[in-house]
Ligand binder design. Structure first.
Ligand code: EPZ
Length: 443
């Protein structure tokens, strides 16, 4: 966003010091934004607590305001209050300017169709919001009775003048966003919706809790089928967001990579079980306490692992990037097979420049069925360690890759300059303050 000062976009890091101390993690970015959109469904006031001060929360707040909704954010206490008594159709150009490359606007579709009978989703240049990355979303909306018109040059116009109706929907892949799309669109649809092949991430379960508080009827079967019985109206909610398990795992990986000791206040065990198993296998120690989890490097050598990313309850794709940095310090060959995104290893190139030995493969180095088999994507990585890292000039590629680079710079000997650092503000609240609290030498 344009409000970033150039001096806030570069961080100088002097690495080589273990990170040690306590930091607090608030609610999950990937839940909070969806819960804020859910508030649009009710002509009343909703209150969301444990909200982190991250850029994505500001973006969704501003998107809601563009739709005539009243939003206030008490950042110190982490409380967002949303009054959606009044909803308007926003100007599509304004939505686009604000949302950037975010996919959140597509999730406004269901609530806007219920409140206004139409929604407009921006599309600049076509490819960014082309059929492929949101094909499941659009198919879901069509099945629920919406008409999707892609003829407009500046976006996708979606209408449902007679309202949405229940439907049988199957997702070809358990997409988080498409599952949320179905939930947000089907709760007020006429009749029953059956969604098979759904994603069941903890953030989705928390969204279902929010919708249930609002008056929805939703059940989840063991076979990933979600059943939604449409209701006539919903009311505002009050809810405390579940903790951000991606941020918690990022700090845990930072503790391992820098041979440090970090207490992550707010981290919870049930959502992190799969991560904790891997953390232990590598040789990391953790202690689950009532108010958080302490992660530390016990000294000696770390052990290599073979992991495959997957949908919940598998090993999250978003945990992979920070952990790879720690794996550069493990003694032997580690393998990471990425099965969720075809192209999520670009961040390893700067790590190699810093001294890591990482080889990428197009083959599936694992046993999970993978959509990228026999295709041209480097989606498996072999990491050989331990390799000392040395400081470099680094450009942040994306949110999680960027945080990984930061960890690498902190683990490396000598100074690094990390450019484009404000990207990390999208999902890591006050990470500069937290790094200082952990004893990092940053400027
Ligand atoms: C959410 O993205 C998260 N983002 C991602 O976190 C996370 O990595 C991802 O879920 C998986 O857990 C938010 O919640 C805002 P998907 P989402 O739909 O919903 C393909 C972060 O750093 N697909 O589950 O967009 C897609 O290309 C971010 O916090 C289609 O083909 O993810 C991908 O390969 C990054 N067509 C796979 O499905 C569709 O219509 C999973 O995507 C939709 C998805």
């Amino acid at each position: 966003m344009s409000d970033i000062k150039p001096e806030d976009d570069v961080l100088r890091v002097v690495g080589g010091k273990p990170l040690s101390g306590q930091i607090k993690v608030r609610g999950a970015k990937n839940f909070v934004s969806k819960a804020m959109v859910a508030a649009l469904l009710a002509p009343g006031t909703s209150v969301l607590k444990n909200v982190p001060e991250i850029r994505d929360v500001r973006v969704v707040s501003d998107l809601l305001r563009l739709h005539g909704v009243n939003v206030t954010f008490d950042g110190d206490r982490g409380i967002v209050t949303i009054d959606a008594s009044h909803v308007d159709l926003a100007d599509v150009a304004d939505v686009d300017t604000l949302a950037g490359s975010s996919r959140i606007p597509i999730l406004f579709s269901g609530p806007l169709l219920h409140r206004l009978g139409e929604a407009f989703i921006p599309s600049l240049g076509g490819c960014r919001i082309g059929d492929r990355p949101i094909d499941f979303h659009l198919e879901t909306l069509r099945r629920l009775g919406a008409t999707v018109n892609k003829e407009h040059a500046d976006g996708i116009h979606i209408t449902a003048p007679d309202g949405l109706h229940g439907a049988k929907i199957h997702l070809p892949y358990p997409s988080v966003g498409a599952t949320e799309q179905t939930l947000l669109a089907a709760v007020l649809a006429d009749g029953k919706t059956e969604l098979s092949g759904a994603a069941i991430e903890p953030e989705i379960m928390d969204l279902i809790c929010v919708l249930q508080k609002m008056g929805a009827i939703i059940s989840v079967d063991v076979d990933r089928t979600i059943r939604i019985e449409g209701v006539e109206k919903l009311k505002g909610y009050e809810h405390t967001a579940l903790t951000d398990r991606i941020e918690a795992a990022s700090w845990a990986s930072a503790a391992l990579a820098t041979r440090g000791d970090i207490f992550v206040k707010g981290a919870t065990q049930p959502e992190m079980m799969t991560f904790l198993n891997v953390f232990r296998k590598i040789g990391g120690e953790f202690e689950v306490r009532d108010d958080g989890i302490r992660f530390w490097h016990p000294g000696g050598d770390l052990k290599p692992v073979a992991i495959e990313t997957d949908v919940h309850p598998g090993f999250m794709t978003d945990w992979q990037q920070p952990l790879v940095v720690a794996l550069t310090q493990a003694n032997g060959l580690s393998i990471v097979h990425e099965t969720v995104y075809e192209n999520r290893f670009g961040f390893t190139k700067p790590l190699v420049q810093m001294g890591a030995t990482i080889q990428l493969y197009r083959e599936c180095l694992g046993s999970l069925p993978c959509r990228f088999q026999q295709r041209n994507f480097e989606h498996s990585a072999v990491i050989f360690g331990p390799t000392p890292l040395t400081g470099q000039d680094i450009d942040v590629p994306d949110l999680r890759g960027g945080f990984s680079h930061l960890i690498a710079a902190l683990a490396a000997s000598g100074p690094s300059t990390v450019h484009g650092i404000s990207l990390i503000d999208r999902g890591y609240a006050d990470f500069r303050g937290k790094l200082r609290a952990l004893g990092a030498e940053i400027e």
